[in-house]
Design a protein around this ligand. Structure first.
Ligand code: BGC
Length: 340
């Protein structure tokens, strides 16, 4: 009997130790909201690439910082190797960095950039992402090409021929670095290049397709015959606006060939950012004029490469990443459209 009890106890111990070891060897990924299509793509790439090197476990905070904090607290008790965090609120990074620092656990933030002062608190806190300004600048280049590249002599897309581009902007979440900087840089780049731009309205639709759809259904009729361009901070909102425009007959496939021909069918230019799969389909049908590729697959590659640098002491050059200012790995945006 004694022997059996001893055996059971050793078995329990073994299971406990193995599970501790597995948890410690895992890389944990905390995602702000799996309902966000760009983020789902990024998270899928991270898991796919990460699994080549580490057991991966992903947590979805469902857009709640409280849930995310609880999940991180719980995982920290398991003494994990490394955390990859897409914070719900980028200002929420501060207490997480302090806690991880006290336990000597490295963190890589993705997509939602913590404040520089917060990252500077801990030499094992990093950010992998894309420079928001760059996406605004690339969107501005697309607009400039569309309107003929001559700021003082706009082409036929200046519908009212007043020499000014009238636009509606659909903005992501307030305070998110991408929403703020994309909105700022598309306009400042165009005006620096001597284009005149009139923002009829900047509408915050929180990155979300359904919110943008509902907002657009209300807004577009108010500005009908005034706007000449829709700028969206991301593809999801651009698609929401397109759905509303189809309903409002602002896009009409008059010859039913499955394609909106901007030369002879009702059409307005809509420009997004991200290059998610659904956006590519809307480009192919002529509804979405262009987007800027927010390179989820390269961001995921860089995130895992950085994890390997931190955990295995690999030289960053051998995995083709550049750590800038001790905390940052930047991945470039690219223009994406069917027109050149
Ligand atoms: C993407 C958005 C996404 C947001 C989430 C941005 O970089 O462009 O589509 O909703 O990140 O944080």
């Amino acid at each position: 009997m004694k022997r059996i009890t001893k055996l059971i106890l050793s078995l329990i111990m073994l299971i406990f130790l193995t599970s501790c070891q597995t948890n410690q060897s895992k890389v944990y990924v905390f995602i702000y909201d799996m309902n966000d299509p760009f983020i789902t793509a990024l998270s899928d790439h991270i898991t796919r690439i990460g699994e080549n090197y580490y057991p991966m476990q992903t947590h979805d905070a469902k857009n709640s910082q409280i849930i995310q904090n609880e999940e991180i607290e719980r995982v920290l008790e398991l003494n994990p190797r490394l955390l990859i965090i897409n914070p719900v609120d980028r200002l929420g990074a501060y207490p997480i960095i302090n806690k991880a620092k006290s336990m000597d656990i490295p963190i890589i933030f993705i997509n939602r950039e913590p404040l520089e002062v917060d990252l500077d608190l801990y030499d094992h806190a990093f950010y992998v992402g894309a420079k928001a300004e760059q996406s605004g600048i690339l969107q501005a280049e697309i607009v400039s090409d569309l309107f003929g590249n001559q700021p003082t002599n706009l082409n036929k897309y200046d519908l009212n021929d007043d020499g000014i581009i009238q636009t509606l902007i659909f903005k992501g979440e307030q305070g998110h670095q991408d929403a703020e900087l994309r909105t700022e840089f598309i306009i400042s780049t165009l005006t620096d290049d001597n284009f005149q731009v009139e923002i009829l309205k900047t509408n915050v639709s929180n990155w979300n397709q359904d919110i943008a759809y509902k907002d657009a259904l209300e807004l577009l009729p108010q500005y009908e015959n005034q706007f000449e361009l829709i700028i969206s901070n991301n593809d999801a909102m651009a698609i929401g606006v397109i759905r509303a425009m189809i309903e409002l007959s602002m896009f009409v496939d008059t010859n039913s060939d499955g394609y909106i021909d901007k030369e002879n069918e009702p059409w307005y230019p809509v420009i997004g950012i991200d290059g998610i799969d659904e956006a590519v389909e809307w480009i192919q049908t002529g509804h979405l004029y262009a987007t800027v590729l927010n390179d989820a697959s390269n961001q995921a590659y860089a995130t895992i490469a950085l994890a390997r640098v931190i955990l295995e002491g690999i030289d960053p050059e051998t995995v083709d990443i550049d750590i800038v200012d001790e905390h940052y790995v930047w991945v470039d945006y690219k223009k994406y459209s069917l027109v050149s």
